[in-house]
Design a protein around this ligand. Structure first.
Ligand code: UDP
Length: 235
């Protein structure tokens, strides 16, 4: 397969067409943004971490029966994936209160939840990815009831597998965001799974090992990404 033209450049990735229209190539960048693009910066080596970690997680999830867009890692920053049409929902799972939930409800970060929370945001940069509920998503034609059922079921399963995997390497999975896409009418897991899209806390010290270090100017950002690579055995 051969790489063709650039078809999309986002905040953290470039996407190239391939000669076979069923596939595309993702290239992970070191650029970082937060607060809907208001804060910009660079996290050195992030593209490599996010590429390798995403691919590692997609392989692990595939072994558990979760179908994903991953096809083949080409280089440190480049991966061939199935070309999906993205369902315009950001699917967030939370195991403990943090970030926007903690802020909105006045909760202490790290508060135990009685069960995992599943949330949807409408993927729209102009609107700042507003949170929407199932009924709004279905009524406005953003997703069908069937798609929401499949996505919700897959997201909870991904949470179960990831929570267990990360606990095994001394990391607590606080929350994360997933995106799904349709490949020949089938819903599969797409986008990435990385310290950009998950909150990871050291189980013992509760040290943050994710993008919150960048969002909150905590320092040690590159070190945190590198530590996550070590924990999962990729460095
Ligand atoms: N998240 C993400 N992209 C977004 C918004 C959230 O990857 O555009 C991830 C974020 O890293 C965290 C989880 O989703 O792991 C929950 O994020 P939250 O709603 O608390 O928003 P934030 O505080 O990150 O703005």
């Amino acid at each position: 397969m051969e790489k063709k033209e650039l078809i999309y450049e986002g905040k953290a990735k470039k996407v190239y067409a391939m000669d076979d229209p069923d596939y595309c190539m993702v290239e992970y960048k070191d650029d970082a943004t937060a607060f809907n693009g208001l804060k910009k910066g660079t996290i050195r080596g992030k593209g490599v971490v996010n590429n390798k970690m995403s691919n590692f997680m997609f392989k692990l999830l595939a072994e558990k029966g979760i179908e994903t867009h991953f096809v083949k890692e080409i280089s440190d920053r480049e991966t061939i994936v199935k070309k999906v049409s993205i369902v315009p929902l950001e699917v967030i799972i939370r195991n403990k209160a943090a970030g926007s939930l903690a802020k909105k409800l006045g909760l202490e970060e790290g508060m135990e939840l009685k069960c995992p929370i599943l949330e949807f945001s409408y993927k729209n940069d102009e609107l700042g990815d507003p949170m929407i509920n199932n009924s709004q998503a279905i009524a406005c034609g953003i997703a069908t009831q069937e798609e929401i059922d499949v996505i919700s079921d897959m997201a909870y399963k991904v949470n179960d597998y990831m929570k267990e995997f990360f606990a095994g390497v001394g990391v607590e999975l606080i929350d994360f965001k997933l995106e799904f896409g349709k490949f020949h009418d089938k819903i599969i897991l797409a986008d990435e799974i990385s310290p950009d899209t998950c909150r990871f806390w050291d189980i013992k010290t509760h040290e943050k090992l994710d993008k919150d270090r960048f969002r909150r100017d905590m320092g040690g950002v590159e070190e945190a990404y590198a530590e996550m690579m070590k924990r999962i055995g990729l460095a």
